[in-house]
Design a protein around this ligand. Structure first.
Ligand code: FAD
Length: 339
């Protein structure tokens, strides 16, 4: 079949690969190229704990956020129920989110999509004497250092092409592609000059503690323990506007102290690795389309970036939305019938 429309997706993190897979599988008449300067294991997505839950963004209709969550959850849940689960790095994960003070919203908007959401009983909370309130549920954990190579395989199998290259500006792409899809995360600050995107630095440790089987997250988002397939990720930090990628020993100490307070047995755990990532944050993620004049030609540009601390959670849902925006661009590009 003649592939008549050339689409480029910039970004090889969980947002870029999810989006590229959705496009290449849904639109066989498009040739799809994924372009990025960094690939797994060197993206932010690779180090994310990859646990699925989310905070609410202020200016995006709640119904749209619910769809993003549900579409992602259902997609990954289906993977856990298939033979692909180990190869894709996706698992179910049960545990607790606990709060020092009773939160204003006791049931988050995603509570009906995770499995078995309920409030913790007083007896269960006794384990956490500094906390007054808690939620128990089963969610998913998607380990991107495994999931990204799996998505890349799926993308290539569907005919997608991959190119390692830094894109300095969108003009560079306008001669070779008809539609540009921007999934460059924090890179959008420079690539499309978005001053609203900023880093929130996060440091985590991977430890060996196979006896820890439940996740524990403090609702304030600073302290968490997420058991994974091969190790337990413990964290963390949320340092806004901090671009440092080096491990900070004071952060390591703080993480170990805070996590051991929640799960004292972690004092006995061996540290396997330390890692820092910069969450590509924005007041609201940007999932929208525009037409940009590039080299004298109007080119559709579809954006999908700025997911902050929830990119793994929202990747598939926002990728499906982005596919919809690409389809709209295709409709507008279709030759108009001559009158
Ligand atoms: P990235 O993974 O950063 O990918 C961006 C891609 O764009 C890269 O390939 C990069 O090379 C490319 N790029 C950028 N600029 C250019 C350019 N000019 N030219 C070419 N290529 C370019 N999320 C969750 O949902 N659950 C969690 O439990 C979770 N835990 C986290 C823990 C930590 C410590 C951190 C730091 C983050 C965590 N996150 C979590 C958030 C998650 O990691 C991010 O939201 C997600 O990785 C963003 O994905 P992305 O694809 O937008 O960005």
């Amino acid at each position: 079949m003649m592939k008549s429309v050339r689409v480029v997706v910039v970004g090889a993190g969980v947002i870029g690969f999810s989006t590229a897979v959705c496009i290449v599988e849904a639109l066989p008449f498009c040739s799809v190229t994924l372009m990025a300067d960094k690939f797994s294991p060197d993206t932010t997505s690779d180090g994310a704990a990859g646990i699925l839950f989310a905070a609410q963004f202020p200016d995006i209709p709640l119904q749209r956020q619910r769809c993003w969550f549900k579409d992602s959850f259902d997609h990954l849940l289906a993977i856990t129920q298939s033979q692909c689960a180990p190869e894709a790095g996706v698992m179910l994960s049960s545990g607790w989110q606990i709060f020092k003070e009773v939160p204003a919203v006791k049931k988050p908007f995603w509570s009906e999509f995770v499995i078995g959401f309920r409030l913790m009983t007083d007896v269960e909370l006794k384990r956490f004497p500094d906390h007054k309130f808690g939620q128990a549920f089963t969610t998913l954990k998607c380990e991107c250092s495994t999931y990204l190579p799996w998505l890349e395989k799926r993308f290539r199998k569907a005919g997608g092409q991959v190119e390692q290259r830094k894109v300095n500006n969108l003009q560079e792409l306008s001669n070779s592609f008809d539609i540009i899809v921007n999934c460059s995360g924090l890179g959008s600050k420079v690539l499309v000059g978005d001053t609203q995107v900023y880093p929130v630095r996060g440091q985590v440790l991977k430890v060996e503690a196979p006896w820890v089987q439940h996740f524990i997250r403090d609702g304030d988002g600073t302290t968490y323990i997420y058991p994974g397939i091969r190790s337990v990720t413990i964290g963390g930090t949320r340092q806004e506007g901090d671009w440092r990628l080096q491990v900070d020993d004071r952060d390591t100490k703080g993480i170990l102290e805070r996590c051991s307070r929640l799960e004292p047995s972690l004092n006995k755990a061996k540290i396997l690795s330390e890692w820092v990532g910069l969450r590509p944050s924005r007041k609201n993620p940007r999932v929208e389309r525009e037409v940009v004049e590039l080299q004298g030609r109007p080119v559709p540009v579809v954006h999908n970036y700025g997911h902050g601390g929830w990119g793994v959670t929202l990747a598939w849902g926002t990728a499906l939305d982005t596919l919809g925006l690409v389809k709209q661009s295709l409709c507008e590009m279709a030759p108009q019938p001559k009158l």
